[in-house]
Design a protein around this ligand. Structure first.
Ligand SMILES: C[S@@+](CC[C@H](N)C(=O)[O-])C[C@H]1O[C@@H](n2cnc3c(N)ncnc32)[C@H](O)[C@@H]1O
Length: 256
């Protein structure tokens, strides 16, 4: 299938805005919307994250993975595949990943069991040597969304894939506000928070509130993973001020 696409922004009055310029989905009126989220997003060394997860939680019986702002699920599948593809490691304690987003539309995509891959997604995964067919199966089914605002589209190819049960079973998608979840979270030094490419949509005051919550709720040994948007908003430095140490780019561990 071929539809046209122009990078643009999805506007919603009551929710933070997010840009749309990678994969896209169709509304019931056949209006496309998109998300910049994508498989193996390049601002994180995903294989390193898996290794740090295994090393850091070596003696931890159960890990609570809170994946905030999961969007269409690209990031959830990426993290799960990274754990599953690390040889010789027992991965069950990391699953299910609790993947959350505040936006009903994009969550409908995540919950659909389907995903749209652009040609870039496919190339990126093939270049990594990943056997795509192990986790995904090409389908003619289409993902439709409810209650959408239209955006313009030009020239993008995508294919729809069904997520195979071995991967789908590793993730729980739910609607949740990351501020609320964190406020109520009980950490046992076994939490991994992914909060990537979302804090930039919030005001400095709201970002500080979120960072203070992270520092208050997470105990030593728990981890936080951020994205390039957070780095451009200096969230990395702010984490250092709050007793997190950087393990490697965009991956932090609470130390005190
Ligand atoms: C640009 S996408 C980032 C997706 C993904 N984390 C990535 O890095 O590719 C931002 C997502 O954050 C979600 N979001 C915004 N505020 C949120 C909140 N308070 N709680 C949970 N999700 C939120 C939006 O709905 C959107 O799907």
């Amino acid at each position: 299938m071929r539809i046209t696409f122009t990078p643009t922004t999805q506007y919603r009055n009551y929710q933070p805005r997010f840009t749309s310029n990678n994969c896209f989905y169709l509304s019931e009126q056949q209006n496309p919307i998109g998300t910049v989220s994508r498989m193996f997003r390049e601002d994180l060394a995903w294989h390193k994250l898996a290794l740090y997860e295994y090393a850091n939680f070596h003696n931890t019986p159960k890990v609570q993975t809170l994946q905030f702002a999961c969007s269409d699920g690209s990031e959830s599948y990426t993290q799960a595949i990274s754990l599953l593809e690390t040889p010789g490691m027992s991965n069950e304690k990391f699953f299910p990943i609790q993947a959350m987003d505040i936006n009903d539309n994009i969550l409908d995509v995540a919950k659909s069991g389907l995903i749209n891959f652009s040609k870039d997604d496919i190339t990126r995964m093939k270049n990594m040597g990943l056997d795509i067919n192990k986790y995904f199966e090409k389908t003619n089914d289409q993902i439709s969304l409810r209650k959408l605002f239209p955006v313009a589209v030009t020239d993008i190819d995508f294919d729809t894939y069904k997520i195979k049960p071995t991967l789908k079973d590793k993730i729980n998608f739910q609607k949740a506000d990351m501020f609320e979840v964190l406020k109520n979270h009980k950490d046992e030094s076994n939490t991994l928070v992914l909060c990537r490419n979302v804090l930039g949509y919030y005001s400095p005051l709201e970002r500080t509130k979120f960072l203070n919550l992270l520092a208050e709720k997470l105990k030593p040994n728990s981890m936080v993973v951020i994205g390039s948007m957070e780095v451009s908003e200096k969230v990395d430095t702010e984490l250092l001020y709050r007793n997190f140490a950087m393990l490697t780019q965009n991956i932090f561990r609470k130390i005190r």
